[in-house]
Design a protein around this ligand. Structure first.
Ligand SMILES: Nc1ncnc2c1ncn2[C@@H]1O[C@H](COP(=O)(O)OP(=O)(O)O)[C@@H](O)[C@H]1O
Ligand SMILES: [Mg+2]
Length: 326
């Protein structure tokens, strides 16, 4: 409770709240932050404060500096295109909390997909949004220096999604370790690190990306793979062909924006990462919570294991994906 009082005081300090009552309304969301909606005299805002320990079954510690990584990503993405990220209004003095503008009437993309509203044009716009940030930041020393978050990326992405499975599966370990080594070594562009439909708002101006706590200067193929993985898992869960098609449109739109390296090489790396991420969502430290049906898990596990051993380029992977065994 005291912490909330601190937030209100700091919002006042930043000129973001008047002297009257200020109500912090928790927004449903993830496991890593407190996120509140706050009504202010100048309209609704969102205040986000990273937690020192994630709220997940397995114990995860993560430095709260990831709040700073998120703020930097949001600002950099808005430089590239102001439509694709909320405006940061203030960084608060304590605990890397920050305030951003609340986007009204913008559903979360995941909720739209689960409700059966699968819009292929929107998936393509997501691909264009991600690749725009990658293209603008590729091979850029200033961006590289502004995101020195390798340790955080290792702790929150490389270890739980790639190495955790490698430790349990000796047959796949060499391939997964090689993917992890390559990912950690590759410094190409500014990666968001959590491009999941849960972290994308559907605005009238297209996708708005949230939740960039894992932002790092690394391999852009990771963002493409991460997002495609979510769509392919949901295709299995909801047995919906349109979600596979959406993944294809995402990849096509992304590909069209690759101007800093050979597109085939990037799509190949993204294919390897997608295989590993698919597997991590059934075997890893952060399993997809909706994939509870053992049959769904088997469909994902069998294909993902085969793909880790014999990787395909992400466009082929998506085209060959089987959402059911019919
Ligand atoms: N600027 C914003 N405008 C509107 N809703 C937001 C905004 N920021 C966050 N939200 C809502 O809060 C949820 C959680 O925010 P997010 O940044 O993803 O935090 P977490 O780390 O908890 O997942 C989002 O899924 C979205 O519904
Ligand atoms: Mg989130």
């Amino acid at each position: 409770m005291t912490a909330d009082v601190d937030i209100v005081r700091e919002l006042r300090g930043a000129g973001l709240a008047g002297e009257g009552d200020v109500v912090l309304e928790p927004l449903t969301g993830g496991v890593s932050c407190d996120v509140w909606k706050v009504e202010t005299p100048s309209g609704p805002i969102v205040v986000k404060r990273p937690l020192p320990q994630l709220r997940v079954a397995a114990e995860w510690h993560a430095p709260i500096e990831r709040g700073q990584a998120e703020v930097r990503w949001l600002k950099r993405a808005r430089d590239v295109d102001p439509r694709i990220a909320p405006e940061v209004l203030a960084e608060l003095p304590t605990g890397h909390a920050f305030a951003m503008r609340f986007l009204p009437d913008c559903p979360v993309w995941k909720d739209e997909l689960v409700a059966g509203r699968v819009d292929g044009d929107f998936a393509a716009a997501v691909g264009r949004g991600i690749v725009a940030v990658h293209a603008a930041t590729a091979n850029n020393a200033a961006d590289r220096d502004a995101f020195p978050n390798d340790e955080m990326f290792r702790a929150l992405r490389v270890d739980p999604f790639l190495l955790h499975v490698a430790r349990k599966d000796t047959e796949l370990a060499p391939a997964l370790n090689a993917l992890a080594d390559d990912l950690v070594a590759r410094k190409v562009a500014l990666v968001h690190g959590d491009v999941s439909p849960k972290n994308i708002l559907v605005s009238p101006d297209g996708p708005v990306f949230l939740d960039a706590e894992c932002a790092v200067y690394s391999d852009p193929a990771f963002d493409l793979a991460f997002c495609a993985t979510h769509l392919l898992l949901k295709a299995v869960w909801l047995d919906d062909l349109r979600l596979e098609q959406a993944a294809g449109l995402l990849v096509d739109a992304y590909r069209a924006g690759i101007d800093w390296e050979d597109a085939d090489g990037l799509l190949k790396r993204a294919g390897g990462l997608t295989a590993a991420l698919l597997l991590a969502r059934v075997e890893g430290k952060s399993p997809a919570q909706y994939l509870t049906d053992p049959e769904h898990r088997r469909i994902v596990r069998d294909q993902a294991r085969a793909l880790v051993l014999a990787p395909q380029s992400i466009d082929a992977l998506v085209a060959n994906w089987k959402r059911n065994l019919a």
